[in-house]
Design a binder for this molecule. Structure first.
Ligand SMILES: [Zn+2]
Length: 133
């Protein structure tokens, strides 16, 4: 079993789950059941019979982080941390601009949002910081 452990523990993937490494087991990666139980290195789901290794979920969800490493979610409120020129216009999104209800998208500009006074546009997560609404 020792060999199995060392193969399964990929540090690149593991960091995503370091916060989840608590006494409570994560929910089933297939059906989200919370009745999971552990057998050796494998987690088992009694609801759908799925078996998986902790820290290596079947479907990895991409995590978008802001400039200081907070995990961003749809609907979050962020502030812009530097003046951003809006491509193809004379607008500048000023530092400190508060943007509510962001939506995470794939791509270079990974936040889709409506900026007050500017309108619908894409922002890069590295230029924003999450704030409590
Ligand atoms: Zn399940």
């Amino acid at each position: 079993m020792g060999r199995f452990f060392s193969q399964g523990m990929d540090s690149r993937k593991l960091w995503r789950y370091s916060n989840a490494m608590t006494d409570t087991l994560p929910p089933c990666t297939e059906c989200a059941s919370t009745f999971t139980y552990q057998v050796d290195a494998l987690l088992n789901c009694p609801e759908c019979g799925h078996e998986w290794e902790q820290g290596l979920p079947a479907d990895e969800v991409a995590v978008v982080r802001d400039s200081v490493g907070n995990v961003l979610n749809d609907g979050d409120t962020v502030t812009v941390i530097k003046d951003l020129k809006v491509k193809g216009s004379s607008f500048t999104v000023k530092v400190g601009t508060k943007v509510r209800g962001i939506r995470l998208v794939d791509g270079d500009h990974d936040i889709d949002c409506k900026v007050p006074g500017v309108g619908q546009m894409g922002l890069k997560s590295i230029f924003v910081k999450k704030v409590s609404d």
